[in-house]
Design a protein around this ligand. Structure first.
Ligand code: ADP
Length: 800
């Protein structure tokens, strides 16, 4: 609508309708919009709703008069500048006019009006109003234009700012389609504007991070919340760096989302430090949990992939040779391949690992070039194989404790495209230090454990082990040493050995001492230690700390040895006597020059038969003893009647009893049966009767008795012969032990009878012992459980 066509409003205020009609008639030709009001109040109301070019106000009105109305109009902001023309019929006085002007009148017209004058005056105000409106409109237009310009300039400025920012900045429409990327984006990704398009970001995000980013984006678009995600962006050179992506919705006046502004901040170093710290923590825990360092190193290598490396390997120097103890790759298939590669081509002197171990200095190869691979390869095949691993970058750090290098840790990248830098190197070195300390701890522990084991061995070993320092003070005295010498550990430790152990000087003189533990030869020697006579075999080794003596007590073996040689003598004698008799008798029979009468002939034959029996019984005893020793003797347990058994044995023995010995049997009536092998029990009782007779050289009574005693039956054989000194009463049951080995009394024997008896009785769950006084005879007792009380109920044959 043009300015001319716009009709303006004119307000006509008069309490008289006829005046209003007259005014309308006068002003009608101006062609404006005439608004009539019949009172001051009505005029004020009209002014609330409309804008007027001019107000024609009657002065005399009931209620609010013209002046009062004008004052109120002037008080209002909206209406204060509307020109007011007062209309009055009465007062032409100066005073009146003055009041009109002071209330803001622009003119005063007196009734009756000259229509032309009135029309032209109002016309001026209409013009004025129009001009003002036009000016205002132009002013607004001008302002609008300025704002648009301003906006354009500021957008440019923002864009420049966004472009200048080191951060990636982008904008997207409400549906998330990218509408703008800043310069940094193009520089970083190397994308062209066309390629970037509305979804260029998808191509840049690391495939592993994409699903999470896409999901988060969808959530954000739906909810209108702030978007925040961590992902890796691929740089133009193919490497990835961690970024923190953030997008905020920009909302319009209606509250709806107009567009999104996003930023991506490079948090790679921060993220890596974080990852490294987390990894080091994890490794710390791993290293702390186990003392088996090979297992631990494997765990460390596994933990390093994929957060720190695509490949992780640990090598240890083992007896001068570099040995791989751990290898890990995200893909176990690849690890197997590398393992084989390693077997086929172990790290040689030229390898980076060998170099690190030799020099103790780390190596960082940010970018492994083909030339490097070629240089490191032993041959063409090796080169091909390493190339297949696709290694990109590596760090190799020593595992060192103080100035010793125990091995090396190698971290390498391939698939991830990651390149190591100085920060990674620092981190890897820290890892190396921690792992090395763990290895060292494990080794120290092993050593301590070995020492602990050694001391446990010393505790339990049967040989005496003693350390005497250079001052002759006892530093170590194991329990066996205490047992052998009879001197307790507390008595001797920390004291001078020659003072505490009388006789040690002698012993030390006879024990050969060398300075090489491998060559010492033990020597056995008799010594008197603390008043006891012992056979000791020992050897010594000289160390820095003093001399370690190891010795064993051979007294018993020595005694046994002696018994054995005595036995040989005895048995030879025992065998020789009957053999001599047999031989003599046989020779006599065969002599052609002798004509033997029948009686003598029979006698000689009888000698041969008797002595053969004796030979047989000796051999029998030897065999039986050896069977008992080897556990081959079988038992045939049965319920035996003690009375029957004793009677039978006594009857058989009676035949050979010399005339000066009287055999007496004393049996309780109704003895309970015992559980035993009857033949073997017969042999036991027979042997006791034989001994009683044999060791009663002056004859006397041999009494054989059997009596019930609680759950057992006690058999007793008493004699009034030589008796046995109490110190020997236990030993006579030992194998080959005889009181009179040299047979000064001319009583022969093998020393096996009581040994065999005691072994057999033991097998029947019984007991055998002797009660005797030297020179006053002996009583041997055998006590066996009754059949009712025997643990061996079944009559089956069981191995003895
Ligand atoms: P042996 O009689 O063949 O020498 P034994 O084992 O039967 O072997 O006895 C061991 C030793 O016990 C005998 O040498 C003897 O010194 C002593 N002895 C055994 N029985 C008696 C006994 N009744 N009276 C005195 N000494 C005995």
């Amino acid at each position: 609508m043009s300015a001319e066509q716009t009709r303006v409003n004119l307000l006509l205020v008069d309490d008289r309708e006829e005046n209003l009609v007259a005014l309308r008639a006068i002003l009608e030709p101006l062609g404006q919009n005439l608004v009539s009001a019949g009172s001051g109040e009505e005029a004020l109301r009209a002014l609330l709703h409309q804008d007027f070019a001019c107000i024609l106000l009657d002065v005399q009105m009931p209620g609010l008069d013209g002046f009062e109305t004008a004052e109120l109009i002037k008080q209002r902001e909206r209406s204060k500048s509307i020109p007011i023309i007062f209309l009055t019929a009465i007062s032409k006085e100066e005073q009146h006019v003055f009041r009109g002007y002071s209330t803001g009148a622009v003119d005063y017209l007196f009734k009756p009006f000259d229509p032309l004058v009135l029309r032209s005056k109002v016309g001026v105000f209409i013009d004025l109003h129009r001009k003002t409106a036009e000016l205002k409109r132009q002013g607004e237009l001008l302002r609008e234009h300025d704002v648009a310009e301003e906006r354009r300039v500021s957008e440019d400025r923002y864009r420049q700012l966004a472009d200048a920012m080191p951060q990636i900045v982008w904008a997207a429409d409400r549906k998330g389609r990218a509408t703008y990327y800043n310069r940094r984006w193009y520089e970083y990704t190397g994308q062209s504007v066309e390629l970037a398009g509305e979804a260029g970001w998808r191509q840049a995000v690391h495939p592993d991070d994409l699903p999470a980013a896409v999901a988060r984006r969808a959530e954000t678009l739906a909810s209108g919340e702030v978007f925040e995600v961590e992902y890796r962006f691929r740089a133009g050179d193919g490497t990835y760096r961690w970024h923190l992506g953030r997008a905020v919705p920009i909302r319009g006046a209606d509250g709806g989302i107009d567009f999104w502004i996003g930023t991506a901040t490079d948090i790679h170093d921060h993220k890596r430090t974080q990852q490294a710290q987390r990894f080091l923590l994890e490794v710390g825990e791993l290293l702390g949990t186990s003392l088996h360092y090979v297992d631990t190193l494997e765990a460390v290598a596994r933990a390093a992939v994929p957060s720190m490396a695509d490949w992780a390997a640990v090598h240890i120097v083992d007896e001068g040779v570099l040995r791989q103890v751990a290898l890990a790759h995200v893909d176990s298939q690849k690890a197997v391949f590398a393992e084989e590669l390693q077997l086929r081509y172990p790290p040689n002197e030229q390898s980076a690992i060998a170099d690190v171990v030799r020099t103790g200095r780390s190596q960082l190869v940010s970018e492994l070039t083909d030339a490097m691979l070629r240089k490191g390869a032993v041959d063409e095949l090796h080169y091909e194989l390493i190339r297949e691993l696709g290694l990109e970058s590596l760090v190799c750090v020593p595992l060192s404790v103080q100035d010793r290098v125990l091995g090396a840790i190698t971290l390498a990248t391939a698939e991830s495209g990651r390149r190591y830098d100085e920060t990674d190197l620092l981190f890897a070195e820290e890892l190396g230090r921690r792992a090395a300390t763990a290895i060292e701890n494990a080794r120290l522990y092993e050593e301590a454990d070995e020492r602990a084991q050694a001391s446990r061995v010393l505790e339990s070993v049967a040989d005496g082990v003693v350390l005497v320092d250079r001052e002759g003070i006892v530093r170590l005295w194991n329990p066996a040493a205490a047992r052998i010498t009879g001197f307790g550990i507390e008595e001797v430790i920390g004291r001078s050995i020659t003072e505490v152990v009388p006789g040690w000087d002698q012993l030390a003189l006879r024990i050969p001492v060398t300075d090489d533990p491998g060559t010492g030869r033990a020597e056995s020697t008799p010594v008197e230690l603390g008043g006891r006579e012992l056979w000791i075999s020992g050897s010594g080794v000289e160390l820095d700390e003093g001399i370690v003596y190891a010795f064993r007590d051979l007294t018993e073996e020595r005694a046994l040895e002696q018994v054995r040689s005595e036995f040989v003598a005895t048995v030879s004698h025992e065998l020789r006597t009957p053999l001599a008799a047999i031989y003599g008798a046989a020779l006599t029979i065969r002599r052609p020059d002798l004509d033997l009468d029948d009686e003598l002939h029979d006698h000689l034959l009888q000698v041969i038969a008797d002595e053969s029996d004796r030979l047989a019984s000796i051999v029998e005893d030897l065999l039986l003893a050896s069977h008992l020793d080897s556990g081959k003797l079988r038992l045939a347990l049965a319920d035996c009647d003690p009375a029957d058994l004793v009677s039978g044995v006594v009857e058989a023995a009676g035949i050979n009893v010399p005339t000066n010995v009287r055999l007496v049997v004393q049996l309780e009536p109704e003895l309970p049966h015992v559980r035993a092998d009857p033949n073997q029990l017969r042999q036991v009782i027979g042997n006791l009767i034989d001994n009683a007779v044999k060791y009663s050289p002056d004859g006397g009574e041999v009494r054989v008795a059997a009596a019930a005693n609680g759950g057992s039956v006690r058999f007793s054989v008493s004699d009034s012969g030589l008796g046995i000194p109490s110190s020997e009463q236990r030993r006579i049951f030992e194998k080959f032990y005889r009181l009179d080995p040299d047979m000064t009394r001319g009583i022969g024997g093998t020393g096996l009878g009581l040994y065999i008896s005691s072994e057999l009785v033991r097998r029947f769950d019984g007991r055998i012992w002797v009660v005797s006084q030297e020179g006053q005879g002996s009583t041997f007792h055998v006590e066996l459980p009754t059949a009712a009380h025997s643990k061996r109920k079944r009559a089956a044959a069981v191995p003895g």
